[in-house]
Ligand binder design. Structure first.
Ligand code: NDP
Ligand code: HSE
Length: 425
């Protein structure tokens, strides 16, 4: 039987999950895949953590060079996270001809082009199913199962931490801080939660998914990004009253040579299937020109689901006759002639507090009308001479909304725009 010796660099949440699956399912994988996967070396800063998995001391590598020099190891898992030293370690492995499997979306979204060039130089493969949407096999689906289609859009909840926080705030009235602490305790959050709550993590993933879906590099720097830190309990309550729930959505669309990529809190109609995706669960809607709508749903974070994706890449890489590379010119830039959009069309929720006086509402309506922003619905709530007005617009250009809001804020100083949230149609 074929043996594949594997090394794991970083045996924390995801590396630990991977190790457990490879050891607990060793016999099962031998039976079903005809390959004996053995974890030969583990590298981690923390020797205690290595011991806690019952891994013999002899398997603890003292440096990445020890792994790179080990001719018996043909595949290396990188689950340390961050850009450096993960990038340098991965490059060493690729140049030594070892396939690399990683869960590191930050690294892939920032350095995919150069890492793929290094992989080609070393004759090795670079696989990253676990980098996007945890245990959900969305990358393989885009690379392999949907080639027949021009993908029109990919819309999803692709960050478990923020979905967990928003779900707890919506369903249990929990505070943002308490919900974040729970998500961290459960191992969903990144080491620095800013990456999750400010939308960086989702923008890294959307950059990778959109590049695969639209067959061109979509740099993460082109993804419009807004996190969930400005979403208040009032916004959540008003969304409910208006028939919506708030979700952090990642939206990628391609229409001919125009690509739209954005991550932001969004009002999702309660009737939409994404509205029911709760807790750390993730879901991605894909629309292809021939396949039509597809929905991928599952756990987007955590040791076992993400370990499951890593092990699927380990098996996949070990069974390929040659490495898999991108099917587009992976040079870090969108292809010539492709425009990455900076203005969007949609409906908006706009929350404004004003002095409750005659003519105030008429003045606001006037500013909206002047800037081509048409109001579909509004709710007013008053308290001690101040009123909060919550507008829902018809579809309009975001640039028009921004202009109207700037005009309102510059007027008397007594009207304050509290929040603007886009609405999914
Ligand atoms: P953890 O912090 O739990 O694990 C990382 C491990 O790597 C820790 O044991 C850490 O040690 C060790 N490590 C870090 N740097 C080095 C180094 N230079 N040399 C040796 N060991 C090192 O992270 P996660 O498992 O949560 O995440 C790992 C990767 O997986 C990240 O890229 C993350 O984005 C990605 N990911 C995580 C998911 C999740 O649910 N957690 C889901 C999908 C992807 P120490 O703690 O001492 O620093
Ligand atoms: N922090 C990430 C999340 C982990 O919450 O979705 C999975 O990539």
């Amino acid at each position: 039987m074929k043996t594949v010796n594997v090394a794991i660099m970083g045996i924390g949440t995801v590396g630990g999950g991977t190790y457990r699956i490879l050891t607990e399912h060793r016999d099962f994988l031998m039976k079903t895949q005809g390959i004996d996967f053995r974890v030969k070396k583990v590298l981690d800063k923390n020797l205690e953590r290595i011991r806690s998995f019952g891994i013999p001391e002899a398997a603890a590598a003292s440096s990445p060079d020890e792994i790179a020099a080990d001719k018996d190891i043909s595949l290396v898992v990188e689950t340390m996270g961050g850009v450096e030293p993960a990038k340098t370690f991965i490059e060493k492995m690729l140049l030594a001809g070892k396939d690399v499997v990683t869960a590191n979306k930050e690294l892939i979204s920032k350095h995919w082009a150069s890492l793929e060039a290094t992989a080609k130089k070393g004759g090795a493969g670079l696989y990253f199913e676990a980098s996007c949407v945890g245990g959900v096999p969305i990358i393989r689906a885009l690379q392999e199962s949907l080639q027949a289609n021009l993908i029109n859009s990919i819309v999803g909840i692709i960050n478990g931490t923020t979905n967990y926080i928003l779900t707890k705030m919506t369903e249990e009235g929990m505070s943002y801080e308490a919900a974040l602490a729970e998500a961290q305790q459960l191992g969903y959050a990144e080491f620095d939660p800013t990456a999750d709550v400010e939308g960086f993590d989702a923008s890294y993933k959307l950059s990778i998914l959109s590049s695969l879906a639209f067959h061109t590099c979509v740099p993460y720097t082109c993804v419009y990004r807004e996190g969930i830190t400005k979403v208040t309990k009032t916004d959540i309550r008003m969304a409910g009253e208006m028939g919506y729930v708030i979700k952090l959505l990642a939206i990628g669309k391609r229409a001919r040579d125009r690509i739209e990529v954005r991550v932001h809190p969004t009002f999702v109609p309660k009737s939409h299937p994404l509205a029911g995706v709760g807790g750390s669960f993730n879901a991605v809607f894909v629309n292809g020109d021939f396949v039509d709508d597809l929905m991928f749903y599952g756990r987007g974070a955590g040791a076992n689901p993400t370990g499951s994706a890593i092990v699927s890449d380990i098996v996949y890489a070990s069974k390929r006759v040659s490495p898999l590379y991108s099917d587009f010119d992976n040079n870090g830039k969108a292809e010539d002639g492709v425009e990455i959009a900076t203005d969007f069309v949609g409906k908006y929720y706009i929350s404004i507090t004003v002095n409750d006086a005659p003519g105030v509402l008429a003045a606001l309506s006037n500013v909206f009308a002047k800037n081509n922003v048409s109001i579909e619905n509004l709710i007013q709530k008053g308290e001690k001479g101040r009123a909060a007005i919550f507008f829902l617009t018809h579809a309009c250009n975001e640039s028009d909304v921004r202009r109207a809001v700037a005009e309102i804020e510059s007027q008397s100083g007594e009207s304050r725009v509290e929040n603007i949230i886009r609405v999914l149609e």
